[in-house]
Structure formats: C-alpha cells, structure tokens
Design a protein around this ligand. Structure first.
Ligand SMILES: Cc1ncc(C[n+]2csc(CCOP(=O)(O)OP(=O)(O)O)c2C)c(N)n1
Length: 213
C-alpha cells in the first residue's frame, strides 16, 4: 500500500493561493502553456475554511473540475508538482492519484466516480470521504442532482461543495434557471452540500485576451 500523503491545511494561506494563480497567469501570458488554463481569485478564504472545518485529510478524496489549482495545493500536492502539471497542459484535468485528487474538464463527469468512491469507502469500512467541488451551473445539472440524491439516500461519506460565482462561462446561471436560489436550498439534500458565493476576478478561462503561441 502507498503511504498516505499529508495535506497542506494549516500551512498554506490565502496569499499563497493567490500568488500561485498570479504566477500561473504570468507563465500563461508568455504562451508556453499550449492548453486552456482556468484561474480563480476571490474564494481562497472559503476554500481554506472548508478544508479546515471538514478536516480534509490524506485519507479523503478530492474531486474537482477545470478550476482546481487551489484544491490540489490544499490537498497537499507540492507547489512545483502542480505548476509542472499546468505547464504540461493539464490545468483543466489535474489528477494526482497518490494525493487522491481527481479532476475533469467535462461538466459533472466525475460525479458518478465520486459517489462510487464514497460507496466503496463506506461499504469497505474505510476511513476516507469524498469531497466533490463544482460551480453553480454544474450544480444545476441532472448528473449533480442524481449524485447528491444517491449520496443522501445511502448516507454516503460524500460532501458536495458548490462555489457560486453567478456565471457559467459568461452566462448568468440564475437567469437561465429563472430562480434566485440553487435548486437544493431548503431541501433534504442541503445536508450534503456546502454552498458559498464568490466573485472571480479572473475571466472564466485564460486571461481575457488571445495568447499567441
Ligand atoms: C459537458 C460539458 N459541457 C460544456 C462544457 C463547457 N464548459 C466549461 S466550464 C462551463 C461552465 C460551468 O459553469 P459552473 O459550473 O458555474 O463553473 P464555474 O463558473 O465555477 O467555472 C462550461 C459550460 C464542458 N466543459 N463540459
């Protein structure tokens, strides 16, 4: 069995996360990264708090999407390792199995895997939990609803974290669904979902201008 890696909770602060994204922005601007990069700013404190309050540890699994640089750092993947993966073009699908970090560039595509992992952990009597991070539009999809329903009904060790920046790329999520609140507010599914709002000061993807390779 592989030894479990420790996380960076307690050693990484808000500035560390923000500076990492700034460094990646600078590298991306030079044109050496020949793949999409999604930068985030404005949710550092929320993410640190969630990792701390839930004591997300080495035995836990983190599932994320295209915007997961901060999640990998908080889960304990060394800064240089995350940076190299991004420079290699893997920003939107960061995967570090030895740190139990799995991300995807496809909306919701890891939901089934995540609740499957939670099912296995529960039924094999193992300690870990699944933490599934996504955006507000992903949280409106059918696959998210099904995954949450499964996790709640079987009381799986799974927690969904929805970071709401109000947008799906450049589309207003609330206007699309005609509702000021996400669908799960006030339902029985709320108990498996952590929800927070933030404003991303970067564009959805890239830097807002065309990078020439
Ligand atoms: C199946 C699929 N459809 C469309 C896309 C294109 N896409 C990438 S990110 C995104 C927006 C998702 O919005 P949200 O979940 O709110 O994420 P955030 O704004 O936090 O990045 C879309 C539509 C995709 N990656 N996968």
């Amino acid at each position: 069995m592989m030894p479990e890696k420790s996380t960076s909770v307690g050693t990484i602060n808000k500035e560390d996360l923000a500076n990492f994204e700034k460094e990646i922005a600078g590298i991306f601007a030079t044109g050496v990264i020949r793949a999409p990069v999604h930068l985030r700013a404005g949710r550092e404190e929320a993410l640190i708090r969630i990792f701390q309050e839930n004591s997300i540890g080495p035995e836990d699994y983190v599932f994320g999407h295209w915007d997961s640089h901060e999640l990998a750092l908080l889960k304990g993947v060394p800064r240089e390792e995350v940076k190299q993966a991004i420079v290699d073009g893997k920003s939107i699908s960061l995967c570090f199995p030895e740190y139990k970090v799995f991300c995807t560039g496809i909306v919701g595509s890891l939901m089934g895997t995540a609740v499957g992992a939670a099912w296995a952990l529960k039924n094999q009597g193992k300690k870990g939990r699944a933490f599934i991070f996504c955006g507000d539009m992903t949280a409106e999809t059918g696959i998210f609803h099904e995954a949450v329903k499964y996790a709640v009904n079987f009381d799986l060790p799974a927690t969904f974290i929805v970071g709401d920046n109000g947008l799906s790329v450049m589309t207003n999520t609330r206007e699309v669904w005609g509702c000021p609140e996400p669908w799960f507010k006030g339902t029985k599914y709320d108990k498996k979902i952590i929800y927070f709002k933030y404003t991303n000061t970067y564009p959805h993807s890239g830097l807002g201008w065309k990078i020439k390779f």
